[in-house]
Design a protein around this ligand. Sequence first.
Ligand SMILES: Cc1ncc(COP(=O)(O)O)c(C=O)c1O
Ligand SMILES: N[C@@H](CCCC[NH3+])C(=O)O
Length: 402
Amino acid sequence: MDFKELANKYQTPLYVYDFDYMAAQYDELKSAFKGRKSIIAYAVKANSNLSVVKHFADMGSGADCVSIGEVRRAFLAGVPSYKIIFSGVGKSDDEIREAIEKDILYINVESEAELGRVELIAKELGKVSRISIRVNPNIDPKTHPYISTGLHDNKFGVDLNSAKRMYIKANNSEHLDPVGIHFHIGSQLTELEPIRESAEIVADLVRSLEGINIELKFFDIGGGLGIRYDNEITIKPYDYVQAILGTLTALDLTILCEPGRFLTANAGYFISKVLYEKQNGEKKFVVIDGAMNDLLRPSLYNAYHKIDVITDSKEEPRAVDIVGPVCESGDFFAKNYPLPPLNHNDLVIVNSAGAYGFGMGSNYNTRGRSAEVALESGEDRLIRKRETFEDLIALEQEFLKA
Ligand SMILES: Cc1ncc(COP(=O)(O)O)c(C=O)c1O
Ligand SMILES: N[C@@H](CCCC[NH3+])C(=O)O
C-alpha cells in the first residue's frame, strides 16, 4: 500500500480500507459454515460506509442493524430485506413501524416492554411482525467491560425466564411471529468458551420451547469475534463454528452470525501527518493532524493500535505520546510509544482502524471528518468526501440571527 501517494492524492487525515482483505475475511468465515444453513449478517455499526456495506452485500451478506438509519443504509447498499435484522435496547415507535413496513427478516426484541410495543404497532398496521428475542445468558465474555454485553449487569437482552414468557406471549399473539433467538455477549472476544457456554444455554431454551410447540428457525449467535490488534491469540472461524454446532445437536436451525470487527478492523488504516514534535519537561509528544474525533478507541477504551511511520529519519526510537490537536488530554493514539524523531509531514499510520473508527467519529472542536478511500484490486477510489466547514454548519446557519 503506497500510503505516501494516497496521502498526497486525498490529503490527511484519511481512512483507507483494503476491500480485498475484507472479502478474504468474509470468505474465511463463510467457508467455516460450509454445509450448514447460515447467514452472515454484517454488523453495519462496525463500518457503516455505504460502499463497505455494499461490498459485503455483493458477496451475499445480510446486515445486522442497530438503528433505522442503519436499516436504511442496508437497503440503499442492496442488502435484501430477508437478510436484515434490527437489534437495540431502545427502538422508537417510528423505527419499529418502519422495520415492520419494510418487512425485514426480524426485529430482535430486547425487553418485555418492547415486545408489547412491537405487537401494538404490528396490530395498528394490520401486519404480523417476525421477531427474535435477545437472551442475556449472564456469561462473562472476558473482554473490556465497556464492550461486554452478556451479563445481567449490562443493559442488553433479557434473562432466560423473561425470554420464555415472551416467546409464549408472542406465540399466542396474532401479530407476532417468533422465528429466532439471539445472543451477543460482547465484542473483541478472544476466548471461545464463553461463546460456547452461551450457545449451550440458548440452545437449551430452544429445546424447551420445542417441548411446548414453539418452533424457531434462526439461531443468531451475534458477533464479537476478536481480531489481532497486538499479539492476541484469536478464535479461528472453523473452531468457532464447530463449537456452536456442538451445542445444536438435533436442532435444525439456520445459524445467523453478525461479525463486524472481524470483517473490517484489520482492513483499515488511518493515515495522519506529523505537525510538530514537542517536549514538556521529560515528556515527548508527536502532534499529528488526526485526533480523537477521528478515532476514539484509544481515548475511550485505552485501546492499543499498532502505529507505523513513514519517515526518512534514521535515528533511534524514543518513547513518545502520539496526540492530536483536540483540546482534551485524552486526545491520544498511543502513549510512550517508541518512534524515531519525526519531521513535519512525515506520515503516521494507525493500524486496525477499519472497525469502530470512522463510525465513532465526531465533529468535536468543529473538525470535519476525514475522507474515506477504498482499495480494491490495486485501484483506489474515494468512498466518502472529506467534510468541509460548510457541511458542518449547514444545519445551523439558517437560524443565525442578524
Ligand atoms: C447485537 C450485536 N451484533 C453484532 C455486533 C458486532 O460485534 P463485533 O464487531 O464485535 O463483531 C455487535 C457489537 O458488539 C452487537 O451489539
Ligand atoms: N465500539 C467498540 C465495540 C462495540 C461493539 C458494539 N456493541 C470498539 O470500538 O471496540
